[in-house]
Write a protein that binds this ligand. Structure first.
Ligand SMILES: [Zn+2]
Length: 420
């Protein structure tokens, strides 16, 4: 067993809603887990001591809504579709690149909610065996959709209760961790709207019953409020997107313990950067819905409904680099959360929504030592999470903050002052 004492750090404490200074954490690199935390320098009887002076340490970012096989550049130029090949090979290559981007940017756990050819299941194995870099992966395989429904191109089309039961059982036989259902229409498919109901209540219920029988979770893509209510009423675990919820919806969420995964940056990025590159039919749906969406998340946050951070990474201008941290900033700026509440959405709340809170989501004994170290306090300025940072996975450093030229010059000047 190799014990490392990361000492002299300011460590985020979810219960205290702040970073606590003068803290240490001891990790065991064999298990990858934290074995002790506390105040002060901590014991010297370890194999290695790492001085974290001036570092703000929080759990690694968790993202509950990604599409690892997609690229965030759009496929529409001068009115012509110009999409990358939909082949298994291209999808796999993008997934491996996205995995590397994610870990370099401090994202240490993703829940993938829809992958062509079930590629996320193979990516999960490659990551676990250490063959590729990247966050840990919770899989859904191909998303379920009705015939011709949202995501039908790469999804699994099923109709009726019997096909849903067979489909969900087959996915679980293959080994998916989560079931993803497209319950309403969405933005990035022409000829449908976010308000369209696609799967009916019986179909959604059948999926929920089957998944829950095997202890698996269900994530429902639902945008318009009627779809949100339908999915929440029959007990899906997470509602993805949620554009215009009302008081009745809040009451249904409370009754069923539903968590919302907002993906606000998916909307924001198309709104902000998509003119002339994202097709008008898609961008118009964003323009009509973005304020309703942000107001909806604000309302849910104020009502104390659990919110788990997710971005829909893989949609236009919304990738696997600093976008997850920007989503966290949007929760502060556009959904009325405190910086600590926003940090919780990307750590403890994700862990709970993904049913892995026994081992993830906090800096505490028994949890995996997946964490990020920053040089500034995110409670004072939530945007610092987007900057370069040191990333640790299973207790060891996997990415060092790349210093800008200005940073390097400043550091040199400091060393000269110190006479070194
Ligand atoms: Zn999505």
């Amino acid at each position: 067993m190799t014990k490392i004492n990361y000492t002299n750090a300011a460590i985020y404490n979810h219960a205290a809603q702040t970073f606590e200074t003068n803290r240490y954490m001891i990790v065991d690199t064999d298990t990858g887990k934290i074995i002790e935390t506390g105040e002060g320098k901590g014991p010297a009887s370890v194999d290695e001591t790492v001085d974290m002076k001036g570092k703000y340490v929080m759990p690694g970012i968790m993202n509950a809504h990604t599409h690892i096989t997609s690229i965030p550049t759009y496929w529409w130029h001068d009115g012509e579709e110009d999409r990358h090949s939909d082949s298994r090979e291209f999808n796999t290559m993008y997934a491996i690149r996205n995995m590397q981007d994610a870990i370099n940017n401090g994202i240490t756990y993703i829940r993938n909610v829809g992958a062509a050819y079930d590629i996320d299941m193979e990516i999960q194995k490659m990551q676990e065996k250490g063959m590729i870099a990247g966050p840990k992966v919770m899989t859904s395989g191909r998303a379920f959709t009705m015939t011709g429904g949202h995501g039908a191109g790469s999804g699994h089309e099923v109709d009726g209760v019997d096909e849903m039961i067979k489909g969900v059982r087959t996915a679980m036989k293959k080994g998916v961790d989560n079931i993803k259902l497209m319950v309403t229409g969405g933005v990035l498919k022409n000829g449908e709207t976010p308000d369209d109901i696609q799967f009916n209540e019986d179909e959604v219920r059948a999926a929920v019953v089957e998944a829950h029988h095997k202890g698996k979770t269900v994530a429902a893509h639902v945008q318009g409020v009627e779809g949100v209510k339908e999915a929440a009423r029959v007990g899906v675990d997470t509602v993805e997107h949620a554009f215009n919820i009302d008081d009745e919806t809040i009451a249904i969420f409370r009754e069923h313990g539903t968590t919302i995964v907002p993906t606000m940056n998916a909307m924001y990025a198309i709104y902000e950067y998509g003119e002339n590159t994202v097709p008008d039919w898609a961008r118009q749906k964003v323009i009509v819905n973005i304020e309703k969406h942000f107001a909806s998340i604000t309302k849910a946050a104020a009502a104390g409904i659990p919110i788990a951070m997710g971005t829909d990474a893989g949609t236009p201008y919304n990738g696997f680099e600093s976008e997850s941290a920007y989503e966290i900033q949007l929760y502060v700026e556009k959904a009325g959360m405190t910086p600590a509440q926003a940090i919780d959405t990307a750590t403890i709340n994700c862990a709970r929504a993904m049913h892995v809170e026994a081992e993830y989501g906090e800096i505490a004994p028994g949890k995996y030592a997946d964490f990020i170290a920053m040089t500034e306090d995110p409670i004072a300025d939530i945007s610092v999470i987007q900057r370069e940072k040191d990333v640790y996975q299973n207790g060891v450093n996997v990415h060092r903050a790349v210093m800008t030229i200005e940073d390097q010059q400043m550091k040199q000047a400091e060393m000269q002052v110190a006479g070194r």
